[in-house]
Design a protein around this ligand. Structure first.
Ligand code: 5GP
Length: 207
């Protein structure tokens, strides 16, 4: 049997409250060949989270040791906690032909870009700042201080959309999921990625 072609790597970034995790989870449900990479984090487990499912939870020392041995494709300090994407886990998935989606912040996306790894980066914006704030306040048990920190980060990072390959406005969940599926399909159909399949077809044209 022919081995599957290498999978595609997608990045989704957005301010917290934009719905990026929900979007990625919906995509993974719908697209059988797409997996979400499980990040490592030094932050504490929140109520309702499961170790090894939501994140790989590690101590700060373990995280630092992973950084030192180059175990992360990217990592970042987000609101005082460390988060990173395992190079080995991501490579294993991509090599086995799985598409992978990383839900990571702007700093992490910049590192993936700088590393030269082939990827497609998508920035999700809320319809407006006001709607983002309303969504955040509606869902979160955060203190007012934490809320202000998230809103300040959203303000500071929104302009980063310009560095991404695609921008999607998350107005309503399902239409946004469809839009993301269209992006994934378009990326699959890019000429350089279709070369092998196209050449097989072209061969049938020859006498
Ligand atoms: P939370 O603590 O609410 O689960 O996540 C906080 C932020 O960390 C989110 O904005 C999320 O995008 C970011 N994040 C989660 N995993 C990673 C990762 O592996 N790398 C980077 N750079 N950011 C991450």
């Amino acid at each position: 049997m022919l081995s599957k072609p290498r999978g595609l790597l997608f990045i989704i970034s957005a301010a917290s409250g934009t719905g990026k995790t929900t979007l990625a989870e919906r995509l993974v449900q719908i697209l059988s060949n797409l997996r979400m990479s499980r990040s490592y984090t030094s932050r504490a487990v929140r109520a309702g989270e499961r170790a090894g499912v939501d994140y790989n939870f590690v101590s700060r020392d373990e995280f630092d040791a992973m950084v030192a041995r180059g175990a992360f494709v990217e990592w970042a300090d987000v609101f005082g906690n460390l988060y990173g994407t395992s190079r080995a886990d991501t490579e294993r998935l991509l090599e086995s032909g799985q598409d992978v989606v990383l839900v990571i912040d702007v700093q992490g996306a910049q590192q993936v870009k700088a590393s030269g790894i082939d990827h497609t980066a998508i920035f999700v914006l809320p319809p407006s700042f006001e709607i983002l704030e309303r969504r955040l306040r509606g869902r979160s048990a955060d203190s007012e201080e934490a809320m202000q920190r998230r809103l300040a980060a959203a303000r500071a990072e929104a302009g980063s959309y310009a560095d991404y390959d695609y921008v999607v406005i998350n107005d309503q969940l399902e239409p946004t999921v469809v839009r993301l599926q269209e992006i994934i399909a378009a990326e699959r159909s890019r000429t350089h990625r279709m070369k092998k399949i196209a050449e097989d077809v072209i061969r049938t044209f020859r006498k």
